[in-house]
Design a protein around this ligand. Sequence first.
Ligand code: FO1
Length: 313
Amino acid sequence: MALENIVALVGGVGGAKLAHGLAQILPPERLTVIVNTGDDFWHYGLKICPDLDTVMYTLAGIVDRTNGWGLAGDTRAMLGAMGRFGETPWFGLGDQDIATHLLRSQALRSGETLTQVTQRLARALGIKPALLPMTDAEMPTMIETVEYGELEFQVYFVKHRWQPTVRAIRYANAESAAVSAAAATALERADAIVIAPSNPWLSIAPILAVPGMRDLLCRRDIPRVAVSPIIDGKAVKGPAAKLMSELGYGEVSARTVAAYYRGLINGYVYDERDAGQPIHEEDMQMVMFDTIMTTEGHRAVLAEKILHWIGSW
Ligand code: FO1
């Protein structure tokens, strides 16, 4: 099957790596990356979009490779200066990173949509594939915790280092959000959907919660594949495994993630390190690859294998 147009659904660091792999092997006009914005928040008057920025900096080759987010070589002088006023900043805003937030906040305040300003910033950084927020509306992910009640996503994730016990997750304002026109057009033209190995509950579920998104994804019979973020019962990065236990999904495994995506995907990629626990799901094709993307080369190899596999269906 000829796969012209590919749409990737991605969250933060893991998602950015696969998006980068796809960007390395596809002509830019054939790739659209739709990014979770449930993690977005206003902080010191700035609109911060961590996942959009992580993907943008990764595709531009300027991301901090140690953290996987933020800018390489950035400094924290502004946060230091906050100390003079008695502030104890908990969110690591880099001095250069603030330029992105300032320009974005100004654009939003003057009436630009998040889609418009994201495309403008990405283009300025030399990014050629379309990089789109899942919606132009604010749809913040809210985390109901046992210890602190409901927390904004970044308060849970960064301030409390995702240690509180999660009882439930809510995608606030979802009822009045909509898929942006640009994302809807990309999905209508898509020949395949690739769901990155991002956290299913914190990164992918908010995208799926945008009204109309599931219909757009499932309207036509095209390959819709997800890559497991769980390898050998552990999350590659972040709280996915911890959340699975807390939300009562039972076994922490690649198999549980496949079951979670039931009804949405028709193909599933899990890691060959899980060969000992083969996965079978009705209406899902399965394949095992080496999914750990330690180098830029690995990202492209995984992206190539996925596209080659779904191209052979
Ligand atoms: N993650 C952290 O763990 N600590 C931080 O201080 C932090 C700052 C930060 C600043 C800008 C940005 O774009 C991302 C940042 N992140 C930070 C990452 C981010 O909060 C999370 O990784 C994602 O929201 C989860 O996908």
